[in-house]
Design a protein around this ligand. Sequence first.
Ligand code: PEP
Ligand code: MG
Length: 888
Amino acid sequence: MSNDTVFTFGGNAPHSNARQKDKTVVGGKGANLAEMASIGLPVPPGFTIATEECLKYLDQGADFSDKLRADVAEALAHVERTVGKGFGDAADPLLVSVRSGAAVSMPGMMDTVLNLGLNDETVEGLAATSGDERFAWDSYRRFIQMYSDVVLGVDHGLFEEALEIAKEDNDYYADTEMSADDWKSLVAEYKRIVTEEHDAPFPQDPNEQLWGAIRAVFDSWDSERAKIYRRLNDIPHDMGTAVNVQAMVFGNMGETSATGVAFTRDPSTGERAYYGEWLVNAQGEDVVAGIRTPQYLTKAAREAANAKPLSMEEAMPEAYGELARVFDLLERHYRDMQDIEFTVQQGKLWMLQTRSGKRTAKAALKMAVEMVGEGLIDEKTAILRVDPMALDQLLHPTLDPDAPRDVLTSGLPASPGAASGKIVLDADTAEVWANRGEKVILVRVETSPEDIHGMHAAVGILTARGGMTSHAAVVARGMGRPCVSGASQVSIAREGRVLTIGNRELKEGDTITIDGSNGQVMAGEVATIEPELAGDFGVLMEWADKYRRMRVRTNAETEADCRMARQFGAEGIGLCRTEHMFFDADRISLVRQMILAENEAGRRAALDRLLPEQRGDFVKIFEVMVGLPCTIRLLDPPLHEFLPHEDADFVELANATGRDVDQLKRRAGELHEFNPMLGHRGCRLGITYPEIYEMQARAIFEAACEVAKASGEAPVPEIMIPLVATRRELEILKGVVDKAAQEVFAASGTTIEYLVGTMIELPRAALMAGEIAEVGEFFSFGTNDLTQTTLGVSRDDAGRFLTAYVEKGIFARDPFVSLDVDGVGQLVEIAAERGRATRQGIKLGICGEHGGDPASIAFCEKTGLDYVSASPYRVPIARLAAAQASLR
Ligand code: PEP
Ligand code: MG
């Protein structure tokens, strides 16, 4: 039988309905069970109830429809016919398992009930037909415990306690010592517990049991742990789960029975070797639950581990041989590594599940590359197989998975990698301690541009506030520093130089470890392992480069970052944020003098001294990027970000300028803004103080000419004006840049090619892109600001409420992490189209954080952008994602 929402599998089920192959309809487990049955593998017969019944149930909360009840009854009859037993038949009962199975696998997140169909009568039938009374009563007590826990909500600890007491009373050590009569008495005790806790006796009617279990599986979709798992793994909340009801097979029918889980290849190393665990005389849950220590699957693994208990290969050679045959068949069928659950019932192998196995990044790479070699898949499939984000794991040092962890709290995984170091509470201290050779972790409520030197000095950054695009997160990713942001349990008392995390108190100087890949914060030092950029990585990247259309550049502003980005394959700079060069300890004073000057003459005096410094920076960058395009953005942030706050800084500045402190403070006060993100920043600075942009342009051209002369090959500067809203702004500022170029070229006797373009990061700029392209020679989408201004959501404050928005499904993902394609994306499309209409072939790129996000990169491919730009560590991710986007 196959109809709309209930699908049978196994036995003579047709497996012909296309919907039964669709994971969104029947879930991954259901689809694969049917698939395995259809290729002739031994699968216990059963049926799947579609995910849409779950959604209907959760939405309406009402009773199940008559149609569904009838369909289930019919499907159950198929199972009864196939195994020749009756559901609820006191003489020869059919028992079933009831398991969840969503479209995307969520291991361990939802509920399972085994041995369903047992009651006071059928247990006797099971004892008679199996000839094993002990087994029958053991199964019954397992069922009562599991069902009561999952369906009736009775604390399973009560049952475990009762079992412990029974064992103690009998002086037993292991469960295996319990006799049939012992289990019988325990069942009576279990039933008493249920009646007391549940205010009703344990349900004896198998049909009532079945519908109770179905209901519980549906409910488990909305459990807290399932919701959290979905949030962490970007799984949509509106898919629902299917339910799989399947005839039980028993791995606990004595010494010729067993149960196990296995992978067709090693999921942590990728090695081509069967990998798994099994237990003799046990039921599936025993392996997963860790009640008994499982044994090795293969002889080789057992010997490698120096373990005594026999492997399955040795203890059950026949069933093992059959299993190995199934492994190969499944790998060839699915053309991927499979994660399998199986049971051996009295010597006969049964397959309970198969799915593409989860794997580490390292294993994913190895398998993808090797399977191409084996002829199992082609290069394109290999490229599509590896999750670009998983590469992150490979590029940073990671925590040793075997090392113990004392986890203090968790925040957002803002910048991947792990680091251990001493806590420091301000940037200056970070720098001082780092200079004397200490590894430090900078811990701040949140960071600001003033902390840059401390962030650079630190091996890792931890903040109590701020989201994934907070200052700390963006800068840390750019620098390749591990960062955990928004760890709200962290509270800092700067006076005492202490911080508390939950109920633990730590002092400045205490060592902690942060894991920027999962957000964990740990006490003490946790051992790390170095990244390994060995062969497979290089091979896959080469294939990716072969199949991608878009270029990949980097967001970088230091020589070191540029070098690293080139090692990772960057093909130029997509965004050099020049303000980051201003924060250097010896420059900040000059920058402050410039900002606090009372007039243009005062500003120019300071700028004249900054010019050689900037030029020096650009020379270093151009030397690394010789021959490649370099997009350099002129000053963007509001000036007050550079201002001193501490009295000592004002005094120092007063000494340097000969002005008095009060006067400087008054001028600083004048620069205060109520809404700096929408204030005096970006090109507005260039409009009001053109001498700043003039100096920067001059520094760029002088550096470019110098490098061109020295190396014979000129860099290609693309000078970018930020936060443009109108054609006229760009026209005025292009004039400033062009004039500086002419002057430098005349003076140096060298001419180099350059472009002047703009960021598209305001909605008006996107809409007026046709007009702006009359002046601008390229566009780079600043999707951080474009998201902020389109949504009217502050990038620095979004962390406080966006999680709720994602949970409630208002946004599928944080729009500062993954581009809001429907909204912000439209503006990008409009700007691209209008820009191209004015200036055919205008160069288009993206330099917001989204340039390193695979889903956003797919959108960029669709929109036909020429390149994406990402922070250095994201460059390989972007290369792979760009290849996937063009292949898809
Ligand atoms: C942007 O707004 O997307 C951008 C790249 O600029 P910034 O993050 O420096 O504002
Ligand atoms: Mg911006």
